[in-house]
Ligand binder design. Structure first.
Ligand code: FAD
Length: 400
């Protein structure tokens, strides 16, 4: 009897349990299992990558940093330009110096799961975590149905839900429909600013191929379903909606600390999404990688939390200053009404657009935004609109 019980306990004991089997959790699992740690990923959905709640826009460079060369079937499309619109003006930026692609997250996340599995990680779907308790120096992670798993570390990669559970309020509603329509341009992402319709954010069209793509909206206090339906009506028939998802986004910056005792928090759960676009494949994915490496070091070298400090330090060194700048741009954006947006966008010169197209970095776009706002016309407009606050923002920007 004793022998049976102890072997069951051993089987269910892990160096680390990862809650959430999406990009950041799977990358953390891949890193830890590659170092020989015993790792379990628990995912509440019935299938990795599904339901997809992502636009899938990412640069090739970012994927290389994440250690992934996606299979051809995972790449839906390649983007050549972005058309940025306000109500009465628009401009076009080319992604000429960088390859930007649209990936199918259903397939992409399974590729990550396969990488983790090949290293020895176990992944289980339909395993919804209902409680995580730290007792007697170990985590007891209980899933629906009552089964309990035990581990040294717990990695929380459960997405925006973790922030909601922590009482964070500034979650923005968003929705995204997969649409077939002749007005979707195969090579061009469209971004549409309208402070009345999408307060604090924007609407987007991400093409996934000829005549098909993802049409999405996000904005403070909007009804995403109604908002996308209205957007589609303005684009005109014919169009077909073949899939709808609703998912909240977080655009208020990283939420420290990234580890709390022995719980290590990664990805959206740690607010590692860009404050301008809510993009998180790269930034959250790197969170998973840095966390996985730090936990491995801690387990293998037995040096406790000093390795875990490295996770936070590494992530902040790579993205901290960029996120701080993007938050400042967000503060500006949130104060612009449609008239100001029109004026700002119509004033942008051909020179500035060319400069952004040829030197801008998709993954670190504060450079482009800074350039955009630094034209004399924008400075004049912003100073008039925001007064002292703009001067403070510019001062803050020059400091970081
Ligand atoms: C509409 C939309 C469009 C986006 N477009 C882009 C884009 O174009 N490019 C980009 O880079 N980023 C984009 N993002 C952001 C990107 O999708 C996320 O940043 C990224 O998926 C975050 O990965 P994650 O692993 O941290 O969390 P998530 O992808 O949110 O995954 C969390 C996982 O945890 C699981 N989970 C939750 N609770 C439990 C539980 N109790 N037990 C077990 N499992 C649980 C969930 O089922 C989920 O699989 C978009 C987001 C949205 C909402």
């Amino acid at each position: 009897m004793f022998i049976i019980l102890s072997s069951v306990l051993k089987a269910d004991y892990y160096d680390a349990i990862v809650g959430g089997g999406s990009v950041s959790g799977l990358l953390a699992a891949r890193e830890m299992s590659s170092k020989g740690l015993k790792v379990l990923v628990l995912e509440e959905d019935h299938e990795i990558g599904t339901p997809e709640h992502c636009g899938g826009v990412v640069s090739q460079k970012a994927l290389e940093s994440l250690g992934i060369i996606p299979r051809l079937k995972t790449i839906d499309n390649e983007i050549k330009s972005a058309l940025i619109r306000t109500r009465n003006s628009s401009f076009d930026i080319n992604s000429e110096n960088q390859r930007v692609i649209v990936i199918d997250r259903r397939s992409f996340d399974k590729e990550l799961a396969l990488q983790a599995q090949k290293n020895g990680a176990e992944i289980n779907t339909r395993s919804s975590i209902i409680s995580v308790r730290f007792e007697e120096s170990r985590f007891k992670v209980k899933i629906q149905g009552g089964k309990v798993f035990v581990s040294k570390f717990f990695v929380d990669a459960r997405g925006v839900g973790t922030l909601v559970n922590k009482g964070k309020r500034n979650i923005i509603p968003s929705g995204q429909f997969e649409v077939y329509a002749p007005w979707i341009m195969k090579d061009t992402i469209e971004v549409i600013f309208d402070s009345d319709l999408y307060p604090g954010f924007f609407a987007w069209i991400i093409p996934t191929g000829e005549g098909k793509g993802k049409v999405g909206v996000a904005g403070k206090n909007i009804n995403p379903n109604l908002s996308i339906e209205q957007f589609l009506e303005t684009r005109g028939k014919p169009y077909s909606i073949v899939r709808k998802i609703y998912a909240p986004i977080w655009i208020s910056g990283y939420v420290k600390p990234f580890f709390d005792g022995k719980t290590v928090i990664v990805g959206d759960a740690a607010g590692q999404t860009k404050p301008t676009t809510a993009g998180g494949i790269y930034t959250g994915g790197m969170g998973g990688i840095y966390a996985g490496r730090a936990i491995s070091e801690s387990v293998l070298e037995g040096n406790g939390s000093s390795s875990l400090d490295q996770y936070e330090n590494n992530w902040l060194t790579r993205f901290g200053s960029e996120f701080d700048k993007l938050l400042l741009f967000r503060r500006i954006l949130e104060r612009l009404d449609n008239k100001a947006l029109d004026k700002l966008f119509s004033d942008i010169s051909k020179n500035t657009i060319e400069k952004i197209s040829s030197t801008g970095d998709f993954d670190f776009h504060s450079f482009a935004l800074k350039h955009f706002l630094n034209t004399q016309m924008s400075i004049n407009l912003m100073s008039t609109l925001l007064g002292n606050e703009y001067r403070k923002i510019v001062k803050d920007l020059s400091k970081i």
